[in-house]
Design a protein around this ligand. Structure first.
Ligand SMILES: Nc1ncnc2c1ncn2[C@@H]1O[C@H](COP(=O)(O)OP(=O)(O)OP(=O)(O)O)[C@@H](O)[C@H]1O
Ligand SMILES: [Mg+2]
Length: 237
């Protein structure tokens, strides 16, 4: 088997005096879609932020394509090929849709690859339609699409997605599932942090469960889906 794209080993991280992650370990192979599942406050967002260099890593290792990401600033992590779609989207509401798509390519520099403005617009026709519109005028679902499109513009090899389906209706979620299948078909691996097992199982083949800052379970998605006991223990409220 080829070397993993991302390897997280024994990760610990937190905020000031508070430790949130104690021992998180996970692997994403090239082109794979993996979910990180867990209840509220278990450390999903913190895990993605620590990989991205947005939260201080305290112990353990994050290795991406053989590079240790330890203490690298976020723009450098992006340059190495990690895209991030945060749960709050971080759209610039006063800029146009198109400027939101072009902006990160200015600060991170464009990596060569499949994705460019035309391809992002054909993946999300609604963004093409509203390209000259203020991004703040888009609906929540459209802003999620914009945040994904913006991450694709950097041609990442790994896309980190935080609660991608949160707050979206079933039609938009179905669209998002299709979009992510296309993203994967273009060769991009996905790490999905989500509480929504129904959504995650339509996207990912494999999953880790995170609980109180540790990752006690690693299994194929189908096994997790079939294990009611596991779901009750770690996932349902
Ligand atoms: N900026 C911060 N400062 C202090 N504590 C924080 C901060 N962000 C998160 N936390 C705490 O860290 C813990 C884990 O939060 P995190 O956001 O990583 O969880 P999560 O699994 O993503 O939860 P959710 O499902 O609600 O998104 C929580 O107890 C939270 O209160
Ligand atoms: Mg979160």
């Amino acid at each position: 088997m080829s070397a993993p794209l991302l390897e997280v080993r024994g990760l610990s991280a937190g905020y000031g005096p508070i430790t949130v992650l104690f021992d998180v370990s996970l692997t994403v192979n090239p082109g794979e879609a993996v979910a990180l599942l867990g209840r509220n406050g278990t450390g999903k967002t913190t895990t993605l932020r620590t990989i991205m260099g947005l939260t201080d890593l305290r112990a353990g290792e994050v290795v991406f394509k053989g590079h240790r990401l330890h203490r690298r600033p976020p723009f450098e992590v992006a340059r190495l090929g990690v895209g991030f779609v945060p749960d709050d989207r971080r759209i610039f509401g006063e800029l146009t849709v198109e400027d939101n798509l072009l902006l990160p390519t200015r600060w991170a520099g464009r990596r060569n690859g499949f994705w460019n403005l035309d391809r992002v617009y054909s993946l999300f026709p609604v963004l093409a339609q509203f390209r000259k519109l203020r991004a703040g005028a888009l609906s929540g679902g459209q802003q999620k699409m914009l945040a994904i499109g913006r991450a694709l513009m950097l041609n990442p090899e790994l896309l980190l997605l935080d609660e991608a389906a949160e707050g979206l209706g079933p039609i938009i979620v179905a669209e998002l599932v299709k979009v992510l299948a296309e993203v994967r078909a273009s060769g991009i691996a996905i790490l999905l942090a989500d509480q929504n097992l129904h959504f995650a199982r339509r996207v990912a083949d494999r999953a880790y469960i995170i609980d109180r800052g540790t990752t006690p379970v690693s299994a194929p998605m189908a096994e997790i889906w079939a294990n009611e006991e596991l779901i009750r223990q770690y996932l349902t409220v």
